[in-house]
Design a protein. Sequence first.
Length: 430
Amino acid sequence: MTDSKRRKGLIASAALLGGVLTVAACGASSATGHGGGANAGRQEGTQHESTQQVDEAAAQDASQAKITISPKDGSTDTGLNAVGVTASGGKLTDVTMTKIAAHQTQQDRPKTVAGTLSADGSSWKPAQALSRATTYKITAHGVDAQGRTAVENSTFTTVSPTNSFLGNFTPEDGSTVGVGMPVSINFDKPVKNRQAVQSAIKVASSSNQQVVGHWFGDKRLDFRPKDYWKPNSQVTLKLALDGVEASPGVQGIQNKTVRFTVGHSQVSTVDTKTHLMTVVRDGRTIKTIPISSGSDDHPTYNGQMVISEKFQQTRMDGSTVGFTNNDGKGEYDIPDVPHAMRLSNSGTFIHGNYWGKGIFGKTNTSHGCIGLKDVKGAKDASTDGAWFFANSQIGDVVTVVNSPDKTIKPDNGLNGWNMSWTQWVAGSAV
């Protein structure tokens, strides 16, 4: 019988016995039944044992250092304060965070974001505030006690301006202010969920005075005690707004603590009938100054007004506050008003006046401001305007009495003191 006939016979016999011809990986052939032959079973067992051994060896060689990056890879709408890296079972050796430009090309180099690694290597966090609507990448390396290394990566995008809100606050961190200075926060988006937002903001004083918030509309929240702050007290503002929802789809991105000091008490009372201002510091009268206030046509507001800004010199143009001539130009336009201190958002100032002659202590001539004798250029320290400027703090109170005008509105400047405590508390959302 020829070799070819012998092979055909074997194939036919295998078919009759219901077997199948299998080809081994190395080219050898074997006949097995439907359940597999003994050789195949031994082979599969060997392969399984080999894979298991490889896995076990890899597991034994893997680092015990576990690195966790927050946020997770692929996250969007990440809060600006929700970023950090931690390690357990080992320590971090280095962390690199880069800011990826929106339209970055191959030639663009990613900007590195500085960060702080803890002394024990257990954590890392960015050293600077992140930007909104920006993509960042973090690569973190670590090592365990046996020197085995680990690495993790995360690429994420921060929340967009459309889906986030900020609170701009006054006074500034580290500042010293007068006893009338409220904490005032202006939000860049309307707040619908006032209770949640106000609950995430705490204001406390070392004087232990009760401090309550009051909403002026849906974008401004002020805090003050029932009476003026106690002199020489310390006030702390804590904004824990990160992740707080102001309205559907709009969340806060701030975690910030602000501390400021209340200095001495200074309350100055302007009497528009006597044309005098009495300056009282810590309960003692330190100076009486002749003034000129608003004319009968443009009287000065009555009420308690808080100094919110100070300018060595500033321009005052009547057209910016509604005082215009028929040609549309301002009824006045003075480019160099000396020693100006703002008392309202609508343009009320107490300031030096070099153009009025013989009016101080005698008559009221202004468009609503309170004028003090001064010189052009604001360079004479002996004038009443210069003295009051040098001796006044942001947050000091100027109270106007006996004016024929109405009392200033509480939200016109930082002037919530012109509201009773009952009215003030009624405007709280918590």
